[in-house]
Design a protein around this ligand. Structure first.
Ligand code: SAH
Length: 218
């Protein structure tokens, strides 16, 4: 069961979470404002109400997770989203990350491979607020060729390698933020597609994501 009531207590806890993210080094005010505006407890079973604003990942349906707020903030900051940019997200999950990007005025296209999660999401009340998000059931390794190319691409699962089709779907000058690594830890990379098509690569901190898997799961 989920409950959709945003009390003063929840708002206070959210403010504390934002302060913690600042202490941890998140400086992008648009990212911090988005996190301050989104009721994270709406994404979780009411059993998690008291801990929803701790800086931790939590379980959601289909053995998946809602990412840790620090991770969401970190990736959103690296992505450097501008208003009206087309952003492709791989791994909708709870749709928390999608809504952070939507709060930042991006046009979001998000793909989930788990049918169960895709279906649960359809009933989520908060979706009505974000008409700038389009949800797709599919395999993120394929991307969305008919909707691209994209200004930005964000992968929110551990990628075993950089998916070539996603590089193809990036605009010249576009950026991809992707955690890469086959083991328990992945390194966050930011790739920039130069006007001549070559890829410039920057390396950041290590994180631990659930794996990016091949194909769709009915
Ligand atoms: N962005 C999510 C994080 C969810 S965890 C959030 O804010 O909650 C990662 C998600 O990626 C899982 O839901 C998993 O099912 C999904 N995933 C893994 N491999 C995928 C693929 N190839 N295509 C699309 N989604 C994938």
């Amino acid at each position: 069961m989920r409950t959709y009531e945003d009390s003063y207590r929840h708002k206070g806890l959210r403010k504390q979470l934002v302060d913690l993210l600042k202490q941890k080094g998140i400086t992008d005010e648009r990212v911090l404002a988005a996190i301050n505006n989104i009721p994270r407890h709406f994404f979780l079973d009411s059993a998690f109400d008291k801990v929803a604003y701790e800086d931790r990942a939590f379980p959601i349906e289909a053995d998946q997770t809602i990412s840790q707020p620090y991770t969401v903030a970190y990736q959103s900051q690296l992505l450097d989203v501008r208003s009206f940019e087309k952003v492709l997200e791989i791994g909708t999950g709870s749709s928390y990350q999608s809504m952070v990007l939507a709060e930042m005025q991006a046009q979001v296209f998000t793909i989930e491979r788990q049918k169960k999660l895709f279906d649960v999401g359809k009933k989520f009340e908060l979706r009505k607020k974000y008409l700038n998000i389009k949800y797709f059931y599919g395999d993120g390794f394929e991307g969305l060729p008919t909707y691209g190319p994209f200004d930005k691409i964000i992968i929110t699962a551990a990628a075993p390698f950089i998916p070539p089709k996603l590089i193809e779907q990036l605009k010249p000058g576009g950026k991809m933020v992707i955690p890469v690594g086959a083991g328990d830890v992945q390194q966050m990379l930011r790739l920039t597609k130069m006007p001549d098509g070559t890829i410039q690569r920057e390396q950041f901190e290590n994180f631990s994501f659930v794996p990016m898997l091949d194909g769709k799961n009915a």
